[in-house]
Write a protein that binds this ligand. Structure first.
Ligand SMILES: Cc1cc2nc3c(=O)[nH]c(=O)nc-3n(C[C@H](O)[C@H](O)[C@H](O)COP(=O)(O)OP(=O)(O)OC[C@H]3O[C@@H](n4cnc5c(N)ncnc54)[C@H](O)[C@@H]3O)c2cc1C
Length: 348
């Protein structure tokens, strides 16, 4: 049985940042990823996606993000940057290799993929926090309205003409509503009041908070908790605010029920949309992790990337160590700290 030091599951930004530090620490490692190309997580998102983080915050360690540092890249720029990053460092990546099961016995991890088994002394799960579409439960009699999740939304051409209902109070819902307003009648169902901040305003606020070290506040510290609360319902960009003000996007409260061709909202009003788009977020997909104690309620059981299972680590989880953990901006420092701990574990 060939035993390597580390297997990294996932070759998105989190897996690549982890690979950078594994290489630096001269660990023997392999990366597996189910997708065809590096960067596909980004490529597969909706066509109009532009990041809210400027290029200067999107660099992974050792290779600057190309282009004007103050500008905002689109999703394909990020995908292509990640691909060139993997090529530049010549990481040992096996693409189109999906992990079906992760087990641990006698201090050895067995990673069962659709292309065979791999064995290692440690594992870093960098499989993404946004893998599984999340749709809240809603009362429904028969539903005759076509529904998709935002993860399957690409552009307005795929949506039938007429009224479209976008459900969600986050940035994806906002961007999709903006994307559709010129070709469709858009109604946005919100479960919280939106607060708007311009891209420039967000960049300035985050720069200031970063300089004051507030953005590095640990998840469970009081400053971390305040940040967590203040990030809720914050929409980046002001176009949606204008569209709502001018009546080009209509706002309704939360959905109460779907009944036939009709949606009933919590204020009693109704709508008969041609299409529903659920922009209600994601959850990690941990179904393949078959190690008791590694997950809790389907989410990783970890603190700052360290699992309760010795030798098992995470990078790229939401709020893993701070508000920055899920962003390109914060993934490198999390990866560095996790690989440092992993190295000490291997040295024991
Ligand atoms: C709509 C949207 C907009 C965002 N905008 C921004 C932004 O503006 N700025 C920012 O910094 N962040 C943004 N993010 C957050 C974050 O940067 C991205 O979600 C990013 O893709 C996370 O990178 P990751 O490497 O953690 O996960 P992913 O990019 O999801 O990569 C995980 C990899 O793991 C692989 N994988 C998963 N399961 C398995 C398995 N069982 N076997 C093998 N391989 C597997 C996948 O194929 C994938 O390649 C956004 C997220 C979303 C959803």
């Amino acid at each position: 049985m060939a035993l390597t030091d580390v297997i990294i599951i996932g070759a998105g930004q989190a897996g690549l940042a982890a690979a950078y530090y594994c290489k630096k620490q001269q660990l023997r490692f392999a990366i597996v990823d189910g997708s065809k190309r590096i960067g596909d997580s980004w490529r597969n998102r909706y066509d109009s996606l532009v990041l809210f983080t400027p290029r200067r915050w999107n660099s992974l360690p050792g290779l600057p993000f190309p282009g004007l540092p103050g500008g905002y890249p689109d999703k394909n720029e990020v995908a292509n940057y990640l691909e060139s990053y993997a090529t530049f460092f010549n990481f040992p990546i096996q693409l189109e290799t999906r992990v079906l099961k992760l087990e641990k016995q006698d201090n050895v991890f067995t990673v069962t993929t659709d292309r065979g088994q791999l064995h290692s002394s440690a594992v870093i799960i960098a499989a993404g926090a946004f893998q599984k579409a999340y749709t809240p439960k809603v009362r429904r009699s028969v539903s005759l309205i076509p529904e998709i999740h935002s993860s399957h939304y690409k552009n307005p051409t795929q949506i039938p003409h007429g009224n479209v209902l976008v459900i969600g109070s986050g940035n994806s819902a906002a961007q999709i509503a903006i994307d559709l307003h010129a070709t469709h009648r858009v109604t946005l169902s919100l479960n919280k009041k939106l607060r708007f901040i311009s891209n420039r305003g967000l960049t300035m606020r985050m720069s200031l908070l970063s300089a004051l070290k507030v953005l590095d506040a640990p998840t469970n510290s009081w400053r971390g908790k305040v940040l967590h609360r203040s990030a809720r319902g914050l929409v980046v960009g002001k176009s949606l605010k204008t569209l709502i003000k001018t009546g080009k996007v209509e706002v309704r409260p939360e959905i109460q029920e779907i009944n036939g061709e009709k949606v009933i909202f919590k204020d009693g009003s109704t709508l008969t949309p041609r299409q529903i788009i659920w922009a209600t977020g994601f959850k990690p997909d941990m179904n393949w992790v078959a190690i008791p104690g590694a997950t809790q309620n389907g989410t990783p059981a970890q603190q700052a990337g360290v699992s309760l299972i010795s030798g098992l680590y995470y990078v790229g989880q939401r709020w893993q160590s701070s508000v920055k953990s899920e962003l390109l901006w914060g993934v490198s420092s999390d990866a560095q700290s996790v690989v440092t701990k992993l190295r000490s574990y291997l040295a024991q």
